[in-house]
Design a protein around this ligand. Sequence first.
Ligand code: EPU
Length: 302
Amino acid sequence: MDQHCKNILQTAVSEKILWDYPLKSFTTFRIGGPAAAIVRVKDAAELQRVLQFIADYALPWRVIGKGSNLLVDDSGFQGVVLILTGGFADITWKGVENRILEAGAGCSNWIVTAFCIQHGLSGFEFCAGIPGTIGGTVTMNAGAWGASIGEILESVDVMTAEGMGRYTADILEFSYRKTSGLPEQGVITAARLHLKTDTREHVKKRCEDLLKKRKTAQPAGLPNGGSVFKNPEGDSAGRLIDSCGLKGLRIGNAQVSEKHANFIINRGGATASDVTALIARIQERVRVETGVQLELEVRFLC
Ligand code: EPU
């Protein structure tokens, strides 16, 4: 991006843009080269200006949330990375009457979980511990414990270069780790969720129980990108990889978790090529030994 472009883009937002800045600190894998620009956007007006700029200059771009489930290439991303902050992290409970919680797309699932506990709101417990933002959770129709976000979604707001639109859940399609029907060149800015009321203690207990289960089954502590592969129909990717004896398999500093075989751990200084080589090795072994072709859940940014 030339200096003229940089100047225009900087005038669109109030926060200082990070130019040629490593993305590794913005991903849970702690892997990835620099993005041409990392732009933190704090409200709808800023976002509209940035999207307009991106459209005018036909620049590649991507929104990232908490950078979970994301593998950024070692050479980085020659485009604009958007991060929603400020007013995009607001949460409002619309009251007992309509039972709708509105959460900005930049809200982390942790914050929404804490809000639900504090206000005695039930229905979001399954998201406790899913390490992403509401925007990412909706995009991926993320879920756990047999539930996914699509089941409690009332509507989603999406901003494009043309303006803001509201998409009600009945016109969207929710499948395993995928929400379809939203504009491809848009940014999810908020989601409204159907919730119920309950006592704080009950909501808290359910969240804590699920977090405990998650902690027992999944690695915590070392950086990772969440589930690497989607579960094949009727089976578990973790079980299949484990059955091939691949736990602990290491390439460079990337290693198949000893705790849950569908997680790849960054042992410190792992590169995206370590991870992709390990992914290829796992897919090959599982295909040869079980006949199953594992599909990626982790998304790439390159
Ligand atoms: N298993 C093994 N070895 C392993 C891992 C699992 O044998 O290394 C077995 C378990 O013993 C169990 C079965 O495989 O019998 C299923 O494992 P688990 O209960 O851990 O669930 P999962 O199918 O691996 C899914 C989601 C998780 C979600 C959990 C809990 C996918 C790919 N994974 O895991 O979601 O947290 O259920 O609901 O859909 C994610 O999508 O990023 C994610 C973490």
